[in-house]
Design a protein around this ligand. Structure first.
Ligand code: PAN
Ligand code: ZN
Length: 179
């Protein structure tokens, strides 16, 4: 949680690093938490990302994700990715710092992606799995807003993976088929 004297409406994107330094992360994902997510072997002690849950607005949950820069082999650092358990629950992401790619897919095999730069609003429709990827050289930070009843289904992704992976090819982030 973050200090109560700084409600979410006071977050200044220019000062997001300072804001997060006053918060304690709700979740820290290390390499050892991401076994089987990356194609290559991940260093167990590396911090891959942190999630900071903010004060909810009624039934809207707010979370800031800080995804570190880095790669496992040629694959950029990314979140685990999940479907929402509630098929009606969509989500909005808002880019705050750094450069990222949001990749999405449905259980029917449709895929989509949105570049998430600071100031970009990305809409994740109900029923679409979502994973964010840090494609830049600095921390990639974004805000997520989603319904309290959304729920998180990680096992479908752990079992089936994502249809696309984001890897560096010729110095650029490139989408390639997952395996
Ligand atoms: C986000 C994600 C956050 C971490 O707040 O939970 O970026 O990603 P994983 O949950 O896939 O590890 C969100 O989409 N909430 O619904
Ligand atoms: Zn989500």
């Amino acid at each position: 949680m973050c200090p109560e004297q700084e409600p979410p409406e006071c977050i200044d994107p220019e000062r997001i690093t300072e804001f997060l330094s006053q918060c304690s992360s709700s979740i820290t994902r290390f390499g050892r938490d991401m076994v089987g997510i990356f194609a290559g072997e991940v260093e167990p002690d590396s911090i891959i990302y942190e999630v900071y849950e903010l004060e909810s607005i009624g039934n809207i949950r707010l979370a800031v994700t800080k995804l570190m820069p880095g790669k496992v082999g040629d694959e950029y650092y990314m979140t685990k990715g999940h479907y929402h358990e509630d098929p009606q629950s969509g989500e909005v992401y808002f880019g705050l710092k750094g450069r990222g790619l949001l990749i999405m897919q449905t259980k029917d095999g449709e895929t989509g992606e949105i570049e998430l730069d600071p100031g970009t609003i990305a809409c994740i429709r109900p029923g679409w799995a979502h994973r964010s990827v840090n494609t830049g050289n600095e921390e990639f930070v974004f805000l997520a807003a989603f319904p309290r009843e959304a729920g998180h289904d990680y096992s479908s992704i752990e079992e089936g993976g994502f249809l696309k992976r984001v890897v560096e090819v010729g110095g650029r982030p490139t989408l390639v088929p997952g395996q």
